[in-house]
Design a protein around this ligand. Structure first.
Ligand SMILES: [Zn+2]
Length: 233
């Protein structure tokens, strides 16, 4: 049986923590959705098991699966394991994957509409929109895995799965989860603005400027000095 390193156990604890938060944050109900992370070996993932309520999860119940698809440890893995594996195989920058059925994101997934550049934070998800998969595919199938991987491409950190939900990735479990919250926030904002009007979208140039700004966004600057580049009149 696969032996977990201490660092793996700690990472799996984090996955369990965020899996339980998914219910509290209303990103999923019951046992739907799933979370995984890449283990230290780089060749195995830990993923939430199928059909187990998140509040009952323990490190030993969590499933460990080789990137080739072999189940090595713990309970039987989530039905969406092929989708997670496909993403890890295609994207070497991904350390964690979060799949939800959050309400507003799923609303647009049902409409088959991407979330456009209605707010600068869309850029934090890698592009000028949150894309939607090209077609519906049944849960747990390789077809769904392939359509998710294809919509995700090389850059996106969040996509909508037609008539199903959303999937996000990150360089850590916390980042992937933050992206899941952001996808839902952007979808809710789009829904709300469309309810009362015609949302004015950011232009490609404006989004380009946001991407430039994100290179230093949130980073502390050691220098002190004026924060205004020009004198305000
Ligand atoms: Zn699902």
């Amino acid at each position: 049986m696969f032996t977990l390193a201490a660092a793996d156990r700690s990472m799996i604890d984090t996955v369990i923590d965020f899996a339980q938060r998914m219910v509290k944050d209303r990103l999923v109900t019951g046992t739907s959705g799933n979370i995984s992370c890449l283990l230290q070996s780089g060749s195995h993932i830990a993923i939430t098991p199928t059909g187990v309520p998140y509040h009952e999860l323990t490190v030993d119940k969590m499933s460990v699966v080789h990137l080739s698809g072999d189940h090595c440890r713990g309970l039987f893995p989530s039905s969406e394991t092929p989708m997670h594996l496909g993403i890890y195989q295609g994207r070497k920058d991904v350390q964690a994957v979060v799949h939800t059925h959050s309400m507003y994101a799923t609303t647009f997934a049902v409409l088959g509409e991407p979330i456009p550049a209605l707010h600068y934070m869309i850029a934090a998800l890698g592009g000028n929109e949150i894309p939607v998969t090209s077609h519906y595919a049944q849960y747990g199938t390789l077809e769904l895995a392939q359509s998710a991987v294809s919509a995700m491409g090389d850059v996106f950190s969040g996509v909508l799965l037609r008539n199903h939900g959303a999937i996000t990735v990150g360089t850590s479990v916390a980042k992937a989860y933050q992206h899941a919250i952001l996808v839902e926030e952007m979808a809710e904002l789009y829904y709300r603005t469309r309810c009362i009007g015609d949302p004015k979208l950011l232009t490609n140039q404006q989004m380009h400027d946001v991407f430039d700004g994100f290179k230093t966004y949130g980073k502390q600057n050691e220098k002190v000095g004026s924060l205004l580049l020009v004198t305000l009149q």
